[in-house]
Write a protein that binds this ligand. Structure first.
Ligand SMILES: [Ca+2]
Ligand SMILES: [Ca+2]
Length: 491
């Protein structure tokens, strides 16, 4: 039994504690409101008079510099947030996976830049169709490089420690930029394209749909699709492979094949002879320049596959891959990882997620479901970026850069020394030449002096002779005068 006095004391203490808690709840709420990251709006000059919006986020606390991260938006019309409208997501709310990544990393020590694709405005709006449909993969690569420059110019960014994050189509771009930029220490490929553009398109357009027809639709496995099989097999999730409206139509009150799938007009679509052969014709047409919006496709067709160039990337590589992704299939991530292992790439990691799709949101294999990126994916990303192994690699790379700089300076010093030696030897021979010229001049002067003296003495002797002759002449004149005077005095 608790004594009465003691119980009252406890009650008073509890009441006091609650009062303190209530009073202190105001400052707590204010503290929670405090921004954990700083934001800066930027405009990126993409050249040719084209500007695009960007946002830079970094930790609120600390002056930095912080490791820099550039988010390169994927294919289609995503804006800098990779905004997905509410009607497209499973949650019924808008999703912004790139905004999630930017803020998650900025809260945890990174300075992150994200930007709108050319021709795209906020909320993934197509604001300049002319620019958008005139774009090549090379344009997108140059845009990402411009954004990289802007990121590295921010004073809060450690310019020697940059990570590029590409999603979907931009997984083609990130490795290519890494090859040309030694500041890029890490690249992250989320939902990656590894094979050539044609191979991936063929896989998605033909192979995947044939597998879907055989494994999902053709329930009696006779190689033929019947209309009941198609109706039964088409749940809402089947749209990624082939939609109900693609195969059958119901304009007359009964389901009929769309004619292009069933050219022989019988009751069945033969998977190999009708279904697959139509898909092959479709892919061949999609690869031609006549196909609408084909400029980007044509530029990608001409590109070597990422698998074939990934061996040139020295940056650390993280591949994040949803196993149920059918837009950039798991096969690509797996093949890329195998190529990296084969080529002896020193630091590459593949993390795969069971039950996640192209947007790192839960989805079934035959569906495309959009929604926010899962927290554990963000956590894996942060953990990989901060892994001491990356830090060590970064330091080794800095050391290597310093060594290269020293080597370079030594080379320059050697060049200067060689030039100095060359000039010294030139000067020495010039001095020798001058000395010899001086000696020869001195000799000439001595010779001239000698001649001068000779001339002087010749002049002197000639003067003397003149005086003697003059004396003789004077004496002769005097004698003559004396004679004349004698003769006159005689006469
Ligand atoms: Ca069948
Ligand atoms: Ca048929």
């Amino acid at each position: 039994m608790v004594p009465e006095i003691k119980r009252r004391t406890i009650q008073t203490l509890i009441a006091g504690f609650l009062a303190v808690l209530m009073l202190s709840s105001l400052p707590i709420a204010e503290a929670l409101d405090q921004e954990t990251i700083m934001r800066r709006d930027l405009v990126i000059d993409l050249g040719d008079g084209l500007m695009t919006d960007a946002k830079f986020t970094y930790p609120s606390v600390g002056e930095g510099p912080f490791p820099g991260v550039l988010l390169i938006p994927g294919g289609g019309t995503p804006d800098m947030d990779e905004y997905m409208p509410p009607y497209a997501t499973e949650t019924g709310k808008p999703a912004r996976p790139f905004l999630q990544i930017a803020e998650y990393l900025s809260e945890r020590g990174f300075a992150v830049l994200r930007y709108n694709k050319r021709g795209i405005g906020f909320n993934s709006t197509l604001v300049d169709p002319e620019v958008f449909f005139d774009t090549t993969i090379q344009d997108l690569e140059r845009d990402a490089e411009k954004a990289l420059e802007v990121l590295m110019q921010q004073s809060e960014v450690e310019a020697g420690d940059i990570t590029l994050i590409g999603h979907s189509e931009s997984t083609i771009i990130a490795p290519r930029i890494a090859v040309d930029n030694p500041s890029v220490k890490k690249i992250v490929l989320m939902g990656t394209a590894g094979r050539s553009y044609y191979d991936i398109k063929y896989f998605k357009t033909v192979d995947l749909r044939v597998i879907f027809a055989e494994d999902v639709l053709d329930t009696d496995h006779d190689g033929l699709l019947s209309i009941p099989e198609v109706i039964e097999g088409l749940g809402p999730g089947a749209k990624a492979a082939i939609s109900a409206q693609d195969l059958i139509e119901n304009s007359t009150g009964e389901w009929l094949w769309r004619p292009h799938w069933n050219p022989d007009g019988d009751d069945f679509v033969n998977i190999e002879e009708e279904f697959e052969s139509f898909l092959v014709r479709l892919i061949e047409y999609a690869m031609t320049a006549e196909y609408p919006g084909s400029k980007l496709a044509q530029s990608q067709l001409a590109l070597e596959s990422t698998m074939d160039m990934i061996g040139n990337v020295s940056s650390s590589i993280l591949i994040l891959q949803g196993e149920n992704d059918i837009l950039t299939p798991f096969e690509d991530a797996s093949l890329l990882e195998q190529r990296l292992t084969e080529s002896g790439h020193p630091d590459h990691t593949l993390i795969t997620y069971t039950g996640l799709g192209h947007y790192f949101y839960p989805e079934d294999y035959w569906s495309i479901t959009m929604g926010p990126i899962q927290d554990y994916v963000l956590h894996d990303l942060e953990a990989w970026l901060k892994d001491p192994a990356r830090r060590v690699r970064g330091l080794v790379s800095q050391l290597q850069t310093a060594e290269n700089t020293i080597e370079n300076l030594q080379g320059q010093l050697g060049d200067v020394k060689l030039e100095f030696e060359g000039r010294t030897s030139q000067l020495e021979s010039s001095i020798e030449e001058l000395q010899s010229e001086s000696t020869s001049l001195r000799n000439t002067i001595i010779e001239l002096d000698g001649r001068n003296m000779e001339l002087q003495s010749a002049l002197d002797s000639s003067k003397n002779l003149t005086y003697i002759a003059l004396g003789v002449a004077i004496i002769a004149v005097i004698t003559e005068v004396a004679l004349i005077v004698q003769i006159r005095s005689r006469s």
